[in-house]
Design a protein around this ligand. Structure first.
Ligand SMILES: [Fe+2]
Length: 614
């Protein structure tokens, strides 16, 4: 028998570092570094994620056949120096801030990665958007598909259009820096007072409160959109080429004042800006999709790049666009490119054939470290933390979880292999009753320690999803927003429509109010028995008890903290919050039975201080 080939993909040094490993082209493991270091969006070399990959493969770093980095630092450096050259002397400060890092590490990345891994073999370098494209096409269930990648910027590309067939990807058109849809959206994220690279989803969640009153002005002044979706940004309004901020005073003048400061109150202006840029983004994404459909004549589309995480655009595209089905890489941002780079190496550089897998090759996205149903080691750790639990076999545990949810309890689940990508999909999730009109507020304040203008996401039995949502296709990775069906909607009274912001969200909009946004949309996750048999069983039991196939799924973390990874993380987060019950492996913990009891306010604050607040 031939020795298997192991390929390690790495994405690092920008934000959200990650590693992924393939054995003979099959995905063995993939994870983001932040989950291990507890440092959100950690950009350091992903030692822990690499460790997971090597453990899962049962090999040492010296047994890796290929190591591939997700982009080409030399081409990226060329882009940076060209930009500085064209924008000097204004860009001098920005140049001086980033140049030393490039000289000391980024340019010598091969050496740096070899040193970090403790190996001497050559490191391969991919191409940023080809890595995104590979992460989207190769694991998808399609024989052939059109490809769309959209992000802030890679080396030079900011969006690419292409096709995948067999083991080959062809990217036939690109949009180049400084014209960038991702940077445009990030500029508005910055201007509305949210954090770039993590606050984009907040801007999207704010949009349903506003009216798109600025959309025409954005199209006229800020961005020119061609029929094929190609964009030109009017650099008169931006500062990212040579400055230290995204937008300038002229941009602020267009919107009647300076950017919102992060702690300042959100006003109607920010809501209207959010609605406007969402409308413009929808327009761009639809045009890009129509173009790549026209050019390829293919009926399926795959997507990656940070903009593919905009569930509103993707949901609209799936409902109204030209493609029969869309598949989006669950880790669509740069973390996912670690996997894409490894797949590129296997199929394109080494030429191995590809056989599409069904429902896809991502194993439900459960590619991280495992919390096994039963483990003596985890028992020992949990006992050390003072945990008191009962263990149940799978079927009984599913039944208990469903009963607790139906009673209005909040249940955290840490079980099986951790999710890959930004969304919790049921392996590190907090679950609750979607029918409760108070659950959204309760979970936000008592568990997540935040007020949020976004509702929670629904988890729904795949086979029942169309009874609740106007879904165009399955959404196993929570990557599409769909409207709640008309028959389930509740119209607010005249008086209720005069409410504002979060109060507006507290007015029930449907018979699953905790997961219905003010515009009746929901970020749907469909649960099928193939990808997630355990939660599929929980949902079926919920349906039997309550008649409802929908529950809340929110990520198992508190504000500012990465999603929990280990049983210790899970137990500590459980104890620091007001989550009623914890499921860790096949163990069930009730809050009132824990030796340490609930933390008092002072202890909780001390615990929370460890985390950066957002
Ligand atoms: Fe990217």
């Amino acid at each position: 028998m031939n020795k298997p080939i192991h390929i390690l993909g790495i994405s690092a040094y920008y934000h959200d570092s990650a590693a992924a490993i393939l054995r003979d082209g099959c995905i063995l493991a993939a994870a983001q570094e932040e989950r291990f270091t507890r440092n959100k969006g950690d950009s350091a070399f992903p030692h822990h994620a690499v460790g997971l990959c090597l453990d899962q493969a049962g090999i040492t770093e010296h047994e890796l056949d290929h190591v591939v980095f997700y982009e080409n630092p030399l081409v990226k450096f060329e882009r940076l120096t060209t930009t500085y050259h064209l924008t000097a002397p204004k860009s001098l400060r920005s140049f001086l801030l980033s140049f030393p890092k490039w000289l000391t590490s980024n340019l010598w990345l091969e050496n740096e990665i070899q040193t970090e891994l403790g190996i001497k073999q050559r490191i391969a370098f991919g191409d940023h958007h080809l890595s995104h494209a590979a992460s989207a096409f190769f694991p998808s269930p399609f024989e052939e598909a059109a490809i769309l990648t959209i992000d802030g910027v890679g080396e030079w590309s900011t969006a690419t259009f292409g096709s995948g067939r067999g083991n080959h990807i062809e990217l036939f058109k690109e949009i180049r820096f400084p014209n960038s849809v991702g940077l445009l959206y990030s500029a508005f994220t910055y201007f509305t007072g949210f954090k770039i690279n993590s606050g984009e989803y907040k801007l999207m969640g704010l949009a349903p409160y506003g009216k798109p009153v600025y959309a025409d002005m954005i199209r006229k002044e800020i961005i020119h959109i061609q029929d094929d979706g190609a964009v030109q940004l009017n650099q008169k309004y931006f500062d990212y080429l040579g400055g230290l901020t995204m937008t300038n005073e002229r941009f602020a003048e267009l919107f009647g004042g300076p950017p919102r400061q992060p702690e300042a109150r959100i006003t109607q202006r920010e809501m209207d800006i959010a609605a406007s840029i969402q409308e413009v983004l929808n327009d761009i994404v639809l045009r890009m999709a129509r173009f790549v459909h026209r050019e390829t004549g293919m009926k399926h589309l795959v997507m990656a790049g940070g903009v593919a995480l905009n569930v509103v655009s993707s949901g609209l595209l799936s409902r109204t666009g030209p493609f029969e089905q869309i598949w989006i890489q669950p880790a669509a941002g740069d973390a996912g490119s670690a996997l894409g780079a490894a797949l590129w190496m296997w199929h394109m550089a080494l030429g191995h054939p590809r056989r599409p897998e069904f429902p896809d090759a991502m194993q439900g996205g459960f590619l991280g470290p495992d919390i096994a149903p039963v483990s003596d080691e985890d028992d020992r750790r949990l006992a050390e933390l003072g945990g008191d639990w009962e263990s149940y076999p799978d079927g009984e545990l599913q039944q208990r979880i469903a009963e607790l949810i139906a009673e209005g309890k909040v249940v955290a689940v840490a079980r099986g292999r951790m999710e890959w990508g930004p969304r919790a999909l049921g392996a590190r999730s907090i679950l609750g009753d979607a029918r409760s009109p108070t659950m959204q507020s309760h979970m936000n304040l008592k568990i997540k320690f935040r007020e949020s203008f976004r509702p929670f996401a629904p988890m729904v039995l795949a086979e029942d999803a169309a009874e609740y949502f106007e879904i165009a296709q399955e959404s196993p990775y929570m990557l599409f927003a769909y409207p709640v069906v008309g028959s389930r909607r509740v119209d607010p009274t005249e008086e209720q429509t005069r409410l504002w912001g979060i109060d507006l969200l507290k007015v029930p909009r449907s018979d699953v109010p905790a997961v219905t946004h003010v515009d009746y949309s929901a970020r749907v996750q469909t649960i099928d028995a193939d990808r997630n048999p355990f939660l599929h069983g929980v949902l079926k039991e919920c349906k039997r008890l309550t008649g409802c196939s929908v529950i809340i799924n929110t990520s198992f973390n508190v504000r500012g903290e990465p999603i929990v990874c280990t049983v210790e993380d899970a137990y500590r987060c459980f104890m620091a919050t007001n989550i009623d019950c914890l499921v860790a492996g096949n163990r069930l913990f009730h809050r009132d039975r824990q030796q340490n009891g609930t933390m008092n306010e002072e202890q909780r604050q001390q615990w929370l201080e460890k985390f950066e607040l957002d």
